[in-house]
Structures are given as structure tokens and as C-alpha cells.
Design a protein around this ligand. Structure first.
Ligand code: ADP
Length: 259
């Protein structure tokens, strides 16, 4: 009798424990989603406001010089690029979340892709004079990638490297091969990531706020997309980082000849 009462009590306790945990998890996801909606709205509002303001100045001919006019066009070009990237990221994420993202793999030399992403990234940020140092160590074999997805993964890592390195204007991307694997590392000397967050920052919507970069824009999707791309290519992504000591994110892919 006593034993069966004890068993019932234990079952109730275990049930309560799991349902409380499920409720907490649901609440956490709801909070992350609401932060996400706020972040996306903010990310849209800022470039749109600046776009509107600049086009108004141009329309009303309230421009002091040809130099200013050119600068306004340049800023509009930059802001529209940001918006386009944001929309593409959201669409990409929606496909990933629905399990409908497929990768079209081609055998390619990755070095020109790395160089062109770095060049495009620098061009888009000419105002903040971010320099991307590209280093190719030795001969790098071909890899089988979906060009667009691979380029987006690199871009996201570069974007983070720049965003989370306040006061710095250099980031590095290096490429090397070893034992049938090809490594693409993006390094910065920024705020770094504490050990206990090395895993969960790759989950969707997760953002870590820091007083060192209080107003940095973001959706919490960048690394989730990187991870999905890398997993979808039979690779892995690793992180070496510590607070105040910068970060190195490395994408590791199988070389094409051995894959
Ligand atoms: P977002 O940048 O939009 O917040 P991500 O998924 O790209 O989303 O990154 C998740 C979190 O990981 C960021 O909020 C940030 O705290 C941390 N993080 C990513 N890259 C870096 C980096 N290079 N240095 C420091 N922290 C980083």
C-alpha cells in the first residue's frame, strides 16, 4: 500500500518536473521570438528612415555640393544593400525552419569566393573603413559547396566579427587545408564569447547582449544559418574565443577529392 502510494507520488513529481520544464522552455522561446520581432523591426526601421531622409534631401535639392550628393547616393546604396541582405536572410531562415532549404553543390575552388566575399564586405562598409585581411596558406583544394550558401555563411561570420569588435577596424579570414579537410577561419580582436555560450549562440534567435556593444543590430539568426549551411555540406563549425580576447570561428569542410 505504502509502496504504491510512494510510486504514485514519484510519478506525479516526475510529471510535474517535466511539465514545468516544458512550460519554462515554451516561455523562453516566446521571449526569444518577441525579442526577434523587435530586433527585425528595428533592423528594418533604421535603414528605411535613413533612406527616406536622404531621398527627401535629394528630391528637394537640399544638397550643398556634388560631393555631398554622391555621398547621399552612396549611403542609399549601402542602406538598400543592408535591407536586401536582411530580407534574404529572413527568407533563407524561413526555408531552413520549414526543412525546405536544399543546397546545390558544385565542385569549386573556394579561394575566389572567399576573396570576393571579403571585397564585397569591405566595399559595403567603406564608411567604417573595415579592412578584411585575406590569407591563403598553401595550396587549397576544391570543395563541394552551394556557392550562395557558402558565401552567406562567410559573410555572416565577417559581419559578426566586425559588429562585435567595437573600436577595431580589421578582421581576418584565412584558408588552409590539412588531412583532406579545408578550413576557413574568421578572426577578430573583439569582445569574445564566454565558454558557456559557445554552443547556444548557434541556436536560432539566441543573442548575447553586452554593455561593450549595447546597440548592435541583429536578429539572432546569423550563426544558426551558418551552422545549417555547414551541416548541410558535411562539415562543422568551431569556435575559439574568450571574453576580451577576440574570436575565431572556423568552418571546416571536406576537400572535394575525398568527399
Ligand atoms: P546576431 O549577431 O544577430 O545577434 P548571431 O546568430 O549571428 O546573431 O550571433 C549570436 C550571438 O553570438 C550574438 O548576439 C553575439 O553575442 C555572439 N557572437 C557572434 N559572433 C561573435 C563574435 N565574432 N564576437 C563576439 N560575439 C559574437
Amino acid at each position: 500500500m505504502l509502496a504504491s502510494a510512494f510510486a504514485v507520488g514519484a510519478c506525479v513529481a516526475v510529471g510535474l518536473y517535466f511539465s514545468t520544464r516544458a512550460v519554462h522552455r515554451e516561455m523562453e522561446i516566446a521571449r526569444l521570438k518577441s525579442d526577434f520581432v523587435a530586433a527585425v523591426s528595428h533592423d528594418f526601421r533604421t535603414p528605411l528612415a535613413s533612406f527616406r531622409q536622404l531621398s527627401e534631401l535629394l528630391l528637394d535639392d537640399r544638397v550643398a555640393s556634388d560631393g555631398d550628393r554622391k555621398e547621399y547616393y552612396r549611403r542609399m546604396y549601402r542602406e538598400s544593400g543592408r535591407l536586401q541582405r536582411l530580407v534574404e536572410e529572413l527568407l533563407d531562415f524561413a526555408r531552413i525552419d520549414a526543412g525546405a532549404r536544399e543546397y546545390r553543390l558544385e565542385c569549386v575552388d573556394p579561394t575566389p569566393i572567399v576573396r570576393s566575399v571579403a571585397a564585397e564586405f569591405t566595399a559595403e562598409r567603406s564608411d567604417r573603413s573595415i579592412t578584411v585581411d585575406v590569407e591563403v596558406q598553401g595550396a587549397v583544394p576544391n570543395v563541394r559547396v552551394d556557392r550562395e550558401a557558402f558565401a552567406r555563411a562567410l559573410w555572416n561570420l565577417l559581419d559578426n566579427a566586425a559588429k562585435y569588435s567595437p573600436g577595431r577596424n580589421r578582421v581576418r579570414v584565412s584558408t588552409r587545408a590539412s588531412d583532406g579537410r579545408v578550413f576557413f577561419s574568421v578572426s577578430d580582436d573583439g569582445i569574445g564569447v564566454s565558454r558557456e555560450r559557445h554552443q547556444d549562440i548557434f541556436e536560432k534567435f539566441v543573442r548575447v547582449t553586452s554593455s561593450a556593444v549595447p546597440a548592435v543590430a541583429g536578429t539572432g539568426l546569423g550563426l544558426a544559418i551558418v551552422k545549417h549551411v555547414v551541416d548541410g555540406h558535411g562539415g562543422r563549425v568551431t569556435l575559439v574565443s574568450a571574453p576580451g580576447h577576440g574570436s575565431t570561428f572556423t568552418i571546416e569542410l571536406p576537400a572535394a577529392s575525398l568527399s
